[in-house]
Design a protein around this ligand. Sequence first.
Ligand SMILES: [Fe+2]
Length: 386
Amino acid sequence: MNQILSFRIPNVIYAGFGASERLGPEAKAMGASQVLLVTDKGVTNSGITENLQHNLTKAGIGVEVFDEVKPEPDLACQDACIKFAKQGKFDVIVGAGGGSAMDVASVTAVMMTNPGSVTDYVGADLIKKPGIPTILIPTTAGTGAEVTPNAVLADPDAKGKKVLISPYILPRLAIVDPYMHISMPPSVTSSSGMDALAHAVEAFTHFTKASVITDLFAKEAIVMIGRSIRTAVAKGDNLEARYDMAMGSLFAGIALANAGVTAVHALSYPLGVEYHIPHGVANGLLLPYVMEFNVPGNIPKFALIAKLLGEVVDHLPLLEQAYRAAEAVKKILFDMKMAHSLTDLKIPEGAIPEMAKAASANTRLLSVNPRTMTAQDIESIYRKCL
Ligand SMILES: [Fe+2]
């Protein structure tokens, strides 16, 4: 209550079925004559790249495509995109895809106007000038990268990640169109959806930055994802479920962008870096166990999460209500047949001490977890996941 709140989102968000039709006219209104479309081969193979290109050319805008973004892009991938962009004369950059393509697009845009190399800007608020305008279009419902001021690049040499945090990473326009998610396979729907649920839960229970504003978005995200993730996985062309997941992911992203994430994301990094487990799969597995651990740190909020996820808990003492939140998440994982143990992911027990050491180094996220978490605690959470 004593904090002065700050809240940032992109200048404009278009969200809803058919929102991607606005791409051409909106790019035109930004003054675009030549657009760079940054994406990946999966998006191109699905036909989405061609549709977006068509939409832009219909508006009289020239388009070139860079679709070499890889999952978990590293600096080399980022630099290849910047090199491509510098060879043309682009006035707007469009990023379409999962978090990887959108992040590479955002960083490329700021590197068009800021000198030096990407590594000069790793950290918070180091980017001096706004980049050229960007439009971000998620093709999955999960990362929230279309509304977050951070871009994440893999650093395989250091076995870690490099994060650029700046308001200039936010796009001029975010377009969220659930029609674009219909072709997403069940495995991507479940893993990206669990990532979004982790964003909402972690932003809602963030120790220092959860606020009355971010709580609004986080709570609605938990409701929408909780009621529709199973259906979106079970029947990909169920439009209501896709709508809920698209909006839930957007709201979770807004909550994440303005509050932040905590221990789930700290503990999932080593699974991604060392074992290449997809971000959403790792977060999904860890989420209920970290929630269970975190309950004593914020009993009323975890009790509310249980209700938001549809648990009938009014007859229970508050503490029991709170633990039911973690149980509700376990049921979601079980119903979607997602990995719910490290063994499922072929991660041996012997790897736990090393992973715990790596996770405990992430003090940026652990210090804002609702419950103090030591290296020993982390080890025992990983063991519960075996
Ligand atoms: Fe995430």
